[in-house]
Design a protein around this ligand. Structure first.
Ligand SMILES: *Cc1c(COP(=O)(O)O)cnc(C)c1O
Length: 368
């Protein structure tokens, strides 16, 4: 492990490889694997992550926005990239960078057909997104006759995959709903298949889908959070390794006497004598104010220390009373040995939000 000396987000590519192999082992060998690397690969480092996964032979990448895909191309990534949520204003860039759009509405279909035609494209690969119950993006089953005809008529594009997204694959108590989504997807596939002259590949499952509904893996799965070491299931989290570890150092230690306060607005007042350590990271680095006032807990030499008072922009204070430590010692905010899922739960949120929120101010350190 690297000695931090300042705030760093350590990215462990060995952990990534472990998680990739673990998830691959849960699906059929013939099922393709798409790695979701949107939002800087869930707040880590999309270039380092994509390069490693490309070397491991991943079949596809997905990003949310066009510029995220363009950034990967700029750094030499040649694997196909699905753009989950493009806008018409991005289509010229998308085509120029050989990115593949999710087509999720009539407006997008029409605009993409025009852009592809104007760019002189023939059979440009696109992916049709269906709404099977999430009610976020996608065509509905009743749109099929109309979109199939439009897609079929256009020489400029070719539908190479059909997909949908599950709303509650992590929640066992919603399995009736999830099975209904799976059935609706199958019915959509059946309806549209006869209307296209090629046979598009199919994909539905995210990480929790892979773990809970492997029977619905179709031709490809799309995994994000699992690759980064979290599974939305405390038992399975044991099988995965956190890729990102947010570390910092103790800048200064203060001995506080009863009645003294700590930080802005005196949000913490000491009842007893206590020892407070100041850390060089704050809400501008992605550790929100919600974690202040003893909600969030950090790890100091393997022991838990609560965050006291309000989180500042560039600093936060922790109570290290009774914990043997010195100025300059390492502190772990989340990651190895201190699960982001658990830290996030203290603020009633999920690992996804905590890990994707680490700002670009924090230096990324890549471990091979
Ligand atoms: C973000 C996303 C995923 C990845 O989900 P995880 O729960 O992180 O595995 C898969 N598919 C779509 C459409 C997404 O937007």
């Amino acid at each position: 492990m690297a000695d931090p000396r300042e705030t760093v987000l350590e990215i462990d590519l060995g952990a990534l490889e472990h998680n990739y192999r673990y998830l691959k082992a849960r699906i059929e060998p013939k099922t393709k694997f798409l790695a979701v690397v949107k939002a800087y690969a869930y707040g880590s480092d999309s270039i380092a992550i994509a390069r490693k996964l490309e070397a491991l032979g991943v079949d596809y990448f997905a990003v949310a926005y066009t510029h995220e895909g363009a950034f990967l191309r700029d750094h030499g990534i040649i694997t196909p990239i699905l753009v989950l949520h493009p806008q018409p204003v991005n289509f010229d860039q998308l085509i120029a960078r050989c990115l593949e759009p999710s087509i999720y509405s009539d407006r997008i279909l029409k605009a993409f057909q025009e852009a592809a035609k104007a760019a002189g494209q023939r059979h440009y690969p696109v992916h049709l997104k269906f709404n099977t119950g999430l009610n976020r993006l996608g065509f509905r089953e009743e749109d099929i006759p109309h979109i199939a005809m439009k897609a079929q008529q256009s020489e400029a594009l070719k539908v190479i995959s059909l997909f949908s997204h599950l709303a509650a694959s992590d929640d066992r108590s919603e399995s009736v709903f999830t099975h209904a989504q799976i059935d609706r997807f199958k019915s959509i596939v059946k309806k549209i298949s006869g209307k296209l002259d090629n046979k598009p590949f199919l994909h539905l499952l995210n990480t929790s889908g892979i773990l809970n509904y492997p029977e619905a893996q179709f031709d490809m799965v799309r995994s994000g959070i699992g690759l980064y070491g979290y599974s939305n299931n405390p038992d399975l989290d044991q099988e995965l390794k956190p890729v990102a570890t947010l570390k910092t150092v103790i800048s200064q230690i203060h001995e506080i006497t009863p009645g003294e306060s700590v930080g802005y607005n005196r949000a913490f007042t000491a009842r007893n004598k206590c020892t407070i350590a100041t850390l060089p990271l704050g809400h501008a680095d992605g550790l929100g104010r919600i974690y202040g006032n003893a909600r969030g807990v950090v790890s100091v030499n393997g022991q838990k220390a609560p965050i006291v008072g309000n989180v500042c922009m560039d600093m936060l204070m922790i109570d290290i009373s009774g914990i043997p430590c010195d100025e300059g010692d390492e502190v772990i905010l989340f990651g190895k040995g201190h699960s982001a899922e658990m830290v996030a739960a203290s603020a009633k949120t999920i690992s996804y939000e905590l890990i994707t929120g680490i700002s670009q101010r924090v230096r990324r350190e890549i471990l091979p």
